[in-house]
Design a protein around this ligand. Structure first.
Ligand SMILES: *Cc1c(COP(=O)(O)O)cnc(C)c1O
Length: 398
């Protein structure tokens, strides 16, 4: 296979070889069911609990507060539906934002069939949730506020601490989808005062199909899955032992490498951003200028379709992503880009480049080498790119 240039790390990250090595015995000779009574199984149980401790340490939680799930999606669903159903006699109102991951948005929407109402908070042009709108949205029957820690498309980091403070003044629990920040930013659930937090293995160089939900002691939660007494009755099913071991290892590696990774990845991302802005006219960076994930660059290239950029990049071996979902049969731009109110002449030309610790300057150089030519070619063929198009000043994303 030709070399690939992988710049889609907010979608998934490559497995760290150290993680693969830690998992290997659990896909082979260490196959015991950790619930069994014999010593062979108890050894495996011990390693599952050690992994739980590693995940807990990464976010400063107690191990008993960590529930293993099948990933970020299940963690989000467990948090939203679990709290809603546990408190349904207290109230049936939920608050979330317009830019959440579909795992949260669809779970909230599903609850409408059970008599729940949702308020979707607006965001500003950078994707920051409106705190005044939050205060106004709170009702006596609000049982959960769920706002993501950082957005996967544009990278904007939300003011979770302020959100928790407002929520707790009203005795309301807060969940945050931290799938994009765990392993990147230093997270302290106790310091933040957060009640529930979702994370996922494959976004932090762990395996796919494993994640965790932090549930602060004392938070009431109905389980999503019913069956045996696994995970302290909060998530039935024989544990995904290789996945859990992998997530534990990924968590301890991420914790050890946190600051060194940030420094390297941020430098590469900044190089990429600066290079693109220097080489290509009419490019606008989405998301907050500072409060943004250090690995993420989401930009709009005026006059072209995100999908055509992706196809052309793919031809060069570059893996990236776009906010306009042509692949799903529609040309509708993403709900996130719509929520930050981009002018429609740029919203279709969005490109997301997201990095991880295995990226090198070579990846950045490759993008900077081919993207200007691709952009020029596509703009040359584009009916959206008139002679005046190039001159019109873009107003809202300055
Ligand atoms: C990837 C992602 C998820 C889903 O996690 P999975 O483990 O793939 O189910 C949820 N939220 C955000 C913000 C994500 O980026």
């Amino acid at each position: 296979m030709d070399r690939i240039y992988y710049l889609d790390s907010n979608a998934t990250t490559p497995l760290d070889p150290q993680v693969r090595e830690a998992m290997a015995p659990y896909l082979a000779e260490r196959f015991a069911n950790p619930s069994a009574i014999y010593k062979f199984a108890q050894g495996v149980r011990g390693e599952v609990e050690a992994a739980r401790e590693n995940v807990a340490q990464l976010i400063n939680a107690d191990p008993e507060e960590v529930i293993f799930t099948s990933g970020g999606t299940e963690a989000d669903n467990t948090a939203v539906k679990g709290v809603a159903f546990a408190l349904r006699d207290k109230g049936r109102h939920l608050i979330t934002s317009q830019i959440e991951h579909h795992a949260v948005l669809s779970a909230c929407q599903y609850l409408e069939g059970f008599g729940f109402e949702n308020t979707l908070l607006p965001v500003d042009k950078y994707g920051i949730v409106d705190l005044e709108a939050l205060k106004k949205a709170i009702r006596r029957d609000t049982v959960l506020i769920t706002i993501m820690h950082a957005n996967n498309e544009i990278g904007t980091i939300e003011p979770i601490e302020a959100i928790v403070q407002i929520a707790h003044e009203h005795g309301i629990s807060v969940h945050t989808d931290a799938v994009q920040t765990v392993g990147k930013l230093s997270i302290d659930v106790k310091g933040l005062g957060i009640d529930l937090l979702s994370l996922s293995g494959h976004k932090i160089h762990g395996p796919k199909g494993i994640g965790a939900l932090y549930v602060r002691k004392g938070v009431k939660l109905d389980p999503l899955l019913h069956g045996g007494h696994h995970e302290r009755n909060r998530r039935a099913g024989t544990e995904n032992v290789p996945g859990i071991i992998g997530l534990g290892k990924a968590a301890s590696v991420a914790r050890a490498e946190l600051s060194q990774n940030e420094k390297r990845i941020r430098a590469l991302r900044d190089m990429l951003e600066k290079g693109i802005l220097e080489r290509i006219p009419e490019v606008y960076v989405n998301g907050h200028p500072e409060k943004r994930l250090f690995n993420t660059l989401n930009c709009c290239l005026k006059g072209i379709e995100g999908e055509s950029i992706l196809l052309n990049l793919d031809f060069e071996g570059i893996c990236a992503s776009s906010g306009s979902a042509c692949t799903s049969g529609s040309l509708d731009p993403s709900h996130v880009l719509l929520a930050i109110d981009l002018p429609h002449e740029v919203v279709h030309g969005s490109l997301r480049l997201s990095l991880n610790k295995f990226n090198t300057e070579e990846d950045v150089d490759k993008v900077l080498e081919v993207l200007p030519t691709i952009t020029e070619r596509l703009r040359g063929m584009s009916p959206l790119w008139g002679k005046e198009g190039a001159k019109t000043k873009h107003k809202s994303a300055d």
